[in-house]
Write a protein of this length. Structure first.
Length: 311
């Protein structure tokens, strides 16, 4: 009989393909246990036949349904009675100009990319605190995007939903009392060889006002199509990184707030951070000019110290 000592129990959303499936395959190959959630569990029947039920539970889940989320965590409790790692990965792309995007499409992507992970994270916190042994805790890896740090044309609602997820994740991490041993990390993948730009992309027709090939949105369409046809990232390698993060395999390093996956994501984040600092160099005097004449300079120093190490 297989021994599951020193293993983790994972809960992964969006497991049917791409990055989610790669994470599931990686952690299973190392002997960890997984609740693989997806809309159609039959699509992972090959994994179900390869791994025993003691190691793999396939669970139907539409992340936009709070009722299904609650049921999935109940199933996890019943099957494993423990949970160590939650990966909020489910999602899809929405591509088109702001004016080309109907409200119902914009709101729908927030249900999946933002409210789904929010509700799952809330369930995860409760599970880590109340079901796991006291102080055992757990980790939440929220899959954002390079576009969750630097937005691009034609992706306003996808990018802004990821921005919202990143802000939520940062607040969640800061709210956790150390005694609970609950933490998390924002994962920012760049381009990976998945179906994100294909079957998982809702591409809207170009708005007629933006068809001029010299416009930024038209130019980005050309760039985006070229970039997605030769993405840098390999999903299996990302799966291995997530496994190592969960097992503290990067010796001597605490979890970062954000981790970019892929050289493209790394350089995009670096460029955005440098742009912010460069803008401050130019506009800092204007920023400080709005302080009251009798403002407390000691308060300014306190704020500088308080946020010197923001996580």
């Amino acid at each position: 009989m297989t021994s599951f000592e020193n293993t983790r129990v994972w809960f992964v959303t969006g497991s049917s393909q791409g990055l989610g499936k790669a994470i599931v395959e990686a952690v299973l190959s190392h002997g960890d246990r997984v609740v693989a959630t997806l809309r159609n569990p039959a699509s992972l029947s090959s994994l179900q036949s390869k791994y025993p039920s003691e190691q793999l539970l396939l669970q139907r889940l539409d992340v936009s349904s709070p009722e299904e989320i609650e049921a999935a965590f109940e199933a996890t409790k019943k099957h494993f009675n423990r949970l160590d790692v939650v990966v909020n990965n489910a999602g899809y792309g929405l591509y088109g100009e702001i004016e080309a995007t109907p409200d119902h499409e914009a709101r729908a992507i927030y249900e999946v990319l933002f409210w789904g992970p929010v509700n799952i994270t809330k369930q995860a916190i409760k599970f880590f605190r109340e079901v796991n042994p006291q102080g055992h805790g757990g980790r939440v890896f929220n899959i954002s995007s390079a576009g969750g740090y630097m937005a691009q044309p034609n992706l306003a609602f996808y990018n802004s939903a990821k921005f919202a997820l990143e802000g939520f994740t940062q607040s969640f991490i800061k709210e956790m009392p150390p005694v609970w041993n609950i933490t998390g990390c924002i994962i920012e993948p760049g381009g990976f060889r998945t179906e994100w730009a294909g079957a998982s992309m809702n591409a809207l027709p170009q708005h007629p006002a933006y068809t001029d090939p010299s416009f930024p949105t038209s130019q980005f369409r050309v760039h985006h199509e070229a970039a997605t046809s030769k993405s840098l990232g390999k999903s299996s390698k990302a799966g291995e990184v997530l496994y190592k993060l969960a097992h503290d395999s990067f010796a001597g390093t605490a979890l970062p707030l954000r981790l970019q996956l892929g050289s493209d994501s790394f350089y995009i984040a670096q460029a955005q951070a440098r742009k912010t600092l460069a803008d401050q160099d130019v506009w800092g005097e204007v920023s400080h000019s709005t302080n009251a004449d009798d403002h407390d300079k000691g308060l300014v120093e306190m704020i500088k110290k308080m946020f010197a190490n923001p996580h």
